[in-house]
Design a binder for this molecule. Structure first.
Ligand SMILES: [Zn+2]
Length: 85
């Protein structure tokens, strides 16, 4: 049994079922949205854009507000904390 509910180290999405993990690999620290088809982490700009798009669609934010929210989130996550944006 796992100690806690894991979340993606790149976007913070909860990794609850096997399908949520990158390539369905439960040892991965990333979700399926944050990697390419060989399991390589996508570039920061791509993740940022994906997240901003998600906020825009799900919360009806403007492009600018959604991008800011995504930036604020990403800088708290292990994959991007050294990006310095
Ligand atoms: Zn992710």
């Amino acid at each position: 049994m796992k100690p806690k509910c894991e979340s993606c180290n790149s976007c913070g999405m909860p990794l609850e079922s096997k399908e949520d993990f990158a390539l369905g690999d439960t040892s991965s620290v990333y979700c399926k949205y944050c990697v390419d088809n060989v399991g390589q982490l996508l570039p920061y700009d791509t993740i940022l854009k994906n997240n901003a798009h998600y906020y825009k669609e799900s919360q009806g934010l403007t492009e600018q507000a959604a991008t800011k929210m995504a930036k604020d989130l990403l800088k708290t996550l292990p994959a991007w904390k050294n990006v310095g944006v």
